[in-house]
Design a protein around this ligand. Structure first.
Ligand SMILES: *Cc1c(COP(=O)(O)O)cnc(C)c1O
Ligand SMILES: [Zn+2]
Length: 402
């Protein structure tokens, strides 16, 4: 029903091959025989979940699942109005079991690991991938090894990786260094690599697109805005919309719009310079640690997604990210981590620049939950006001202007 295929030289591989990139170095994609896949809107009734789309997922066994997906799509009218827009939604992926969209990829990836008979799973991570792998490894009963850039991982994510029993290694280097190392480790030790270079992860993540189409009444928004780090998610969501269009479930594909932090923006530069490939950045830096990545492994696929959909890419500053995070939290009651807020900051910037039209229907993907990075929250929010335990003191504090 499917095979793996190199996006560069089109060499094919079997589903039973344990391989992450082509022998030519190219990225792999999962290719289905769509003539054998018949799905209609009618088949897709019932509650949302990743495994509802099983017919479009490359897995043959019982899934390793914690009921991932089915995240809310919130209309955000107050936020929209503040930007002069009318039709804006937030797809809050922080509502997944471990608090980020990574769970959609991990449920498929870890299930695949079992199917392939792998004995240990591994990844490099800015935090959320390690949290998700630790959890799904535990769920599957398979040991997990995670490599993290030392000192740069939000505490909530680290806490998850530790509590769920992964072997947690703190690397003196950045994410890009850790990814290189773990790829080498997996090759040498036969561990199963679950970074987003693994095409099975992206298959799970494409279900974000399926759910958005369903939640909007079987139509695609005009534009999708999301943060871009390793660039797997933008690639995956684009694929999801294309599949639904191919199957006749929707009739358009949104303009894929990727947002990066100013200090880690190789994709944005490639788009603005109309370059065929990115130039990696040696020292990526941003408050949004989940997208603090200088050499995105899925860059070639992401550039194709952005260009193929008529989308664009833009940078935002750390100040803009923090402002957007606070705005979304206080105006709409939606708590997200800094990387996720870059989608909101990017939307505002592109509306102000006239790139995004006032009549567009826009969905922003917020990738991770606020509680992932509470240290950052304490650093940017006012401190609690400490007072005596008397009603006078409480009154004074409540009515005091700050
Ligand atoms: C992983 C992650 C991203 C980046 O996704 P990519 O697929 O690497 O582009 C963005 N935000 C959060 C919260 C993440 O965990
Ligand atoms: Zn190839």
């Amino acid at each position: 029903m499917y095979h793996l295929e190199c996006i560069e030289c089109h060499k094919k591989y079997r589903p039973s091959d344990v391989i992450y990139t082509c022998t030519c170095g190219g990225l792999l994609d999962i290719i289905y025989d769509y003539s054998n896949i018949h799905i209609t809107k009618n088949d897709l009734k019932g509650p949302l979940s990743v495994w509802k789309y099983r017919a479009l997922l490359p897995v043959g066994r019982e899934p390793v699942s914690l009921k991932e997906g089915g995240t809310p799509l919130y209309r955000v009218d107050r936020l929209a109005k503040s930007m002069g827009l009318k039709d804006v939604y937030v797809k809050h992926e922080g509502m997944n079991p471990t608090g980020s969209f990574k769970d959609r990829g991990m449920t498929v990836g870890v299930t695949k690991a079992l199917e392939l008979g792998m004995k240990t799973v591994a990844c490099a991570s800015t935090g959320n991938t390690s949290a998700s792998l630790a959890v799904y490894g535990a769920r599957a009963g398979v040991p997990a090894v995670v490599l993290l850039p030392s000192g740069k991982v939000a505490l909530g994510k680290l806490a998850q990786a530790l509590m769920h029993g992964a072997k947690v290694l703190s690397i003196r280097g950045n994410f890009d260094d850790a990814l290189k190392l773990v790829r080498d480790l997996c090759d040498k030790e036969g561990f199963y690599l679950l970074n987003s270079v693994n095409p099975y992860r992206l298959e799970g993540q494409k279900t974000i697109a399926f759910e958005i189409a369903d939640q909007l009444g079987w139509k695609a928004p005009d534009r999708l805005v999301l943060p871009v780090g390793n660039a797997g998610n933008i690639t995956a969501i684009y694929k999801g919309f294309r599949e639904f269009k191919h199957l006749g479930i929707i009739d358009s594909i949104p303009k894929m719009t990727g947002i990066q932090a100013e200090g880690a923006s190789p994709i944005v530069r490639a788009i603005k310079n109309e370059a065929a490939a990115i130039t990696p950045e040696g020292k990526p830096e941003t408050v949004a640690t989940a997208i603090r990545i200088g050499n995105p492994v899925n860059a070639i696929k992401a550039l194709a997604a952005i260009r193929g959909s008529g989308g664009t890419a833009e940078t935002v500053s750390d100040e803009e990210i923090i402002h957007a995070q606070q705005e979304l939290a206080s105006l709409e009651g939606i708590g997200v981590e800094p990387a996720s807020a870059s989608s909101i900051a990017g939307l505002r910037k592109l509306v102000e620049a006239g790139v995004i039209g006032k009549d567009e229907c826009v969905v922003c993907v917020t990738t991770g939950h606020l509680l992932k990075d509470s240290e950052h929250v304490l650093a940017v929010c006012p401190k609690p006001i400490e007072i005596d335990a008397t009603i006078e003191a409480v009154r004074k504090a409540v009515f005091q202007n700050d």
